[in-house]
Design a protein around this ligand. Structure first.
Ligand code: BGC
Length: 661
């Protein structure tokens, strides 16, 4: 159907969605594009016979924050492909994910749904995820554009951000993800410099112009305040259908407040969306069975668990006697092992039992919950039994976390610390057993200052999804090796984070730290952190050597060697950072520009080769309104983390050309 076949009434209707999860189809004349959350498992709803709305169960994958901890484009692509198959099976045309918002503040309630504090990591993984979903004939919807970095008062808060920071930090993951040609982008609820995300013409123009985004912009659910203003800005579909907004739009059209040409621009893109979806439906052919997808979820989780500390207590030996405590080892409800809100999945296999998985691997253990997991002070009597078990065992595993009680949509965490009862469970059992291992189930950085020095090991288990218990047991016993690294900094405490100051001020959040988000701040200001960005231990050990830089026409070829100097096979996420040595504008000390994660067998070496394009050296010039590469000297650093630079060398840019130094 062409635009000219539609009446103005139909066009007005077309840009307003239909029900909660579809676009208008005029009784089958157009494809009804069906949409569903979400980023870590399908949350497709259906109406049961008694009329109530229910959610289909689905494969539950690790949370996006954990996907980012894999530092693996292969994992992101795999997760996208699996989700694409899940969606195709339920006739979902558009998967509402991934979310690429930057983790500016560790307290943001939705950090578990987002990739990273770094735009290169977030964007690169999102691009692979989008490509994976779309290779299955299902569209992906990158969200939330833009600067949705807090849940507090999210429908009104305005993110006050300067243009350079927008370009280099907050737009950048969208820009990279757009290279995979996503079918849609979802706007954010908040305002950006005073303008609602649903009316953000300036940003949409950048998306469509500079980032070559050619899909549809859809609203976040109920994010539209004024459909007319939103349509004029270029927001194509309002979701869900809102009778009042629709009627006002019709009245505004009749009053001449919006022209037919303006409506046509949106309607044409909704028609194009339908056409693209129709042709994608034809490509649908399942790549994996459901069992294979559940297995993939486990493999992704295995790469996303981060070993933060190990005094030598791990891996656990067969036959060792362990005490296990903490609600998260064996939760009553697996929903508590994920963040809450629109990304919450009804798990297909709703079991999670770490003690049983450990027993199956020869780790004899006794389990005691130890304390309740509510957010207020309440200690159950069995904390005493957990202490006794710890005292009688060779090792003590404490499974603590946040889950959907503390991390959820529409609210932010109040503190970076764990609830008092859980901290006490760690401290009291650690008093009885020096070999205490903390397994942390959380979707964002946690302040560990009260207990980290009193325990022998810390495993950051994230929100691992289905089969996460088996994966953790494999990692803890050494059947699998750790290879995850942090995708966000773990500061000592919240006050170390610049964004913590001026968190909220009457309706406006000032991004006064500018480019100094996450490790950009900590490395540029020599601020110590508990665990830096890009950090994670392994049972293997890696050496880096032989960095070589070769100037090319359009960038610089970087090569270096990673050697596994241990007796365990492993995978190492190596990071490439860039710094301009004598800049004319502020430039952070270190900025991630690429990363790789090769598997290196015990005792073997691998040569990594990558190319940094000219853009890796550019900054957004506010005086010239464009990306600029300044002539000068640049340092290229290869690191095992943002604080552990193993190799570095310099190049020079002269007259816009890269030269050896
Ligand atoms: C969330 C979106 C989600 C939508 C539909 C909104 O509240 O912000 O991320 O896709 O609901 O469930």
């Amino acid at each position: 159907m062409k635009l000219s076949d539609l009446t103005i009434e139909e066009k007005l209707r077309l840009i307003c969605g239909k029900g909660s999860w579809h676009t208008e189809d005029f009784g089958g004349k157009l494809p009804a594009v069906s949409m569903s959350d979400g980023p870590v498992g399908l949350r497709t709803m259906y109406q049961a016979e008694n009329g109530t709305w229910e959610t289909w169960s689905a494969v539950a994958y690790p949370s996006v924050q954990m996907l980012a901890n894999t530092w693996s484009e292969d994992c992101a692509r795999l997760m996208g492909e699996c989700l694409g198959d899940d969606a195709a099976e339920r006739n979902v045309d558009l998967l509402l994910g991934p979310g690429v918002n930057i983790k500016r503040n560790p307290l943001n309630g939705r950090n578990f749904e987002y990739f990273s504090e770094d735009p290169c990591l977030a964007g690169t993984l999102a691009k692979a995820y989008v490509a994976g979903v779309q290779s299955c004939g299902v569209g992906a919807c990158v969200k939330h554009f833009c600067c949705n970095n807090l849940e507090f008062d999210r429908l009104h808060q305005s993110s006050d951000v300067d243009e350079r920071t927008l370009r280099e930090i907050y737009y950048r993951p969208f820009e990279i993800a757009c290279e995979a040609r996503p079918v849609a982008v979802m706007c954010s609820y908040n305002r950006i410099n005073g303008t609602y995300g649903s009316e953000y013409k300036k940003g949409y123009d950048v998306l469509r112009g500079e980032f070559a985004f050619d899909g549809a912009i859809i609203s976040d659910w109920d994010a539209v305040r004024d459909r007319t203003v939103a349509a004029k800005a270029g927001l194509d579909v309002e979701m869900p259908f809102n009778e009042r907004n629709y009627e006002r739009l019709v009245a505004d059209y009749e009053a001449g407040k919006i022209t037919e040409a303006e409506i046509d621009a949106c309607a044409a893109r909704v028609l194009a969306l339908g056409e693209r979806v129709l042709s994608m439906r034809e490509q649908r052919a399942p790549k994996r069975t459901e069992a294979e997808r559940a297995e993939a979820a486990k493999n992704i989780a295995a790469e996303g668990v981060v070993l933060l500390k190990n005094d030598g207590v791990l891996p656990l030996e067969k036959g060792i006697k362990a005490a296990v405590c903490g609600y998260y080892a064996k939760p009553d409800d697996v929903r508590t092992l994920a963040g809450g809100g629109s990304s919450q999945v009804v798990w297909k296999d709703a079991s999670f039992d770490l003690p049983a998985q450990l027993s199956a691997r020869g780790v004899e253990n006794v389990y005691e919950q130890g304390c309740a997991v509510d957010t207020v002070w309440s200690v159950r009597m069995d904390m005493r039994r957990a202490r006794m078990n710890a005292a009688e065992s060779a090792v003590n595993l404490v499974c603590v976390g946040t889950g959907n009680l503390l991390e959820f949509e529409e609210g932010d965490r109040r503190s970076m610390r764990l609830p008092e009862v859980q901290e006490r469970l760690i401290l009291e059992t650690a008093e009885e057993n020096a070999n205490t291992i903390v397994v942390l189930f959380a979707g964002a950085a946690v302040d560990m200052s009260r207990w980290v020095d009193r325990v022998a090991a810390v495993v950051y288990a994230g929100f691992p999804g289905m089969g996460g218990d088996a994966v953790l047991a494999d990692l803890l016993t050494g059947a699998r090796n750790f290879s995850g690294k942090t995708s966000e900094t773990f500061p000592y405490e919240l006050t170390d984070v610049p964004a913590a100051e001026g968190f909220v001020s009457a309706g406006v959040t000032r991004y006064q730290e500018g480019l100094d988000v996450g490790y950009r701040y900590f490395t540029s200001h020599d601020m110590p952190v508990l665990f830096p960005f890009g950090y994670g231990l392994s049972y293997a050990m890696f050496d880096y050597s032989d960095l070589a830089l070769q100037p090319m026409e359009t960038g610089v070829r970087v090569s270096f060697c990673i050697e596994n100097i241990s007796e365990r096979d492993g995978a190492e996420a190596a990071q490439v950072y860039v710094h301009e040595c004598a800049p004319l504008v502020y430039r952070p000390t270190r900025e991630l520009k690429d990363f790789v994660k090769p598997v290196v067998r015990a005792g073997e070496k691998t040569i990594v080769v990558l190319t940094l394009p000219m853009r890796a050296f550019a900054h957004w010039s506010t005086s010239q309104d464009k990306w600029v590469v300044t002539d000068g000297v640049y340092k290229i650093m290869v690191g095992a983390s943002s604080e552990d630079i193993r190799l570095s060398a310099k190049i020079k840019i002269e007259d816009g050309k890269i030269c050896a130094l």
